[in-house]
Design a protein around this ligand. Structure first.
Ligand SMILES: NC(=O)c1ccc[n+]([C@@H]2O[C@H](COP(=O)([O-])OP(=O)(O)OC[C@H]3O[C@@H](n4cnc5c(N)ncnc54)[C@H](O)[C@@H]3O)[C@@H](O)[C@H]2O)c1
Length: 272
């Protein structure tokens, strides 16, 4: 087991990719802190981890709030005794199911509310969690931080300019933090997922079906399948486990020499 008795915090750990990362970490021997705003889903993930024989803790955290992020580290340390890994995976897709109005994806129509929610969750949330754990990892002279961005942060995606901006911000900010923390033996890397079917993809699929003629009359699963068919050279969607496997590697001693990198897990959709 590559992470035996390590302790990992996963923000956004209650659902989708975050849940996949929690389970992959636990499979490799790590105890897991599930940090999310959705406590019902967090409890279900915690149950699965306990059944695998690991410790699990749930901490309600709104990553947009500094005091919640500070409390996350404090509570995790109190309950678990030490911390080794932070994965920042909470995210907002850019639009909610009730986003309305004339093509809300065009730059002239993107609301400030959606901008704020996207940047605050996806970028400020990563900043606040990285900021909260940095003093502990610096003093410990060891730690692994893995921030989850997106291939939309590699190349601006037409229908989500604000989401793309938030994810590009995560990639570049992580490089800067990696440079700051390298002298303290703390590794900071970014994973850029491609196309994974999660509640987030459901929201995106509904929006695309409404807006784009090529997806008219399709349900969100069909939209997702069509996007994968046309955008992914390997011709298949990625899975939460595929992201979790890379997160485990980056969190393990095998990746001690890797820092400041952003790695795509996208079936070849973006070559960078
Ligand atoms: N699904 C994909 O294809 C895909 C592709 C690229 C990147 N991503 C990124 O992966 C991450 C996980 O996405 P997912 O697809 O698993 O979505 P998801 O909706 O299944 O999970 C997102 C989680 O974040 C939590 N969350 C939302 N706002 C929060 C807040 N303010 N504070 C704390 N937690 C909050 C939600 O409760 C949820 O549990 C996101 O950062 C997303 O941008 C997803």
């Amino acid at each position: 087991m590559r992470l035996k008795d390590r302790v990992a915090i996963i923000t956004g750990g209650a659902s989708g990719i975050g849940e996949g990362i929690c389970l992959c970490m636990a499979k490799e021997g790590s105890h897991v802190v599930i940090s999310d705003i959705n406590m019902d889903f967090s409890a279900k993930v915690a149950d699965k981890i306990l059944k695998m024989g690991r410790k699990a803790l749930t901490v309600r955290t709104d990553v947009r709030k500094a005091e919640d992020c500070q409390n996350l580290i404090k509570k995790s340390l109190e309950e678990m005794g030490s911390l080794d890994i932070l994965v920042c995976c909470s995210g907002f897709p850019g639009y909610s199911d009730n986003t309305t109005g004339e093509d809300p994806t065009r730059i002239e129509n993107i609301s400030e509310d959606n901008w704020n929610l996207t940047i605050d969750t996806n970028l400020k949330g990563v900043f606040l969690c990285n900021r909260s754990i940095a003093p502990y990892f610096k003093q410990k002279k060891k730690g692994k931080i893995i921030n989850i961005a997106s291939i939309a942060g590699r190349r601006g995606a037409d229908w989500i300019p604000h989401y793309s901006a938030s994810k590009a911000g995560v990639i570049i900010m992580s490089q800067a933090i990696a440079a700051q923390l390298a002298p303290f033996n703390v590794n900071v890397n970014t994973i850029c997922p491609g196309f994974i079917w999660t509640p987030m993809s459901l929201t995106s699929g509904k929006m695309m079906a409404k807006l784009y003629p090529q997806f008219n009359n399709m349900n969100p699963v069909e939209v997702f399948d069509e996007v994968v068919r046309t955008k992914v050279p390997l011709g298949r969607p990625q899975t939460p486990e595929a992201i979790g496997n890379l997160a485990v590697f980056l969190a393990s001693d095998e990746a001690n020499e890797i820092t400041g990198q952003a790695i795509n897990v996208d079936g070849g959709a973006v070559f960078s």
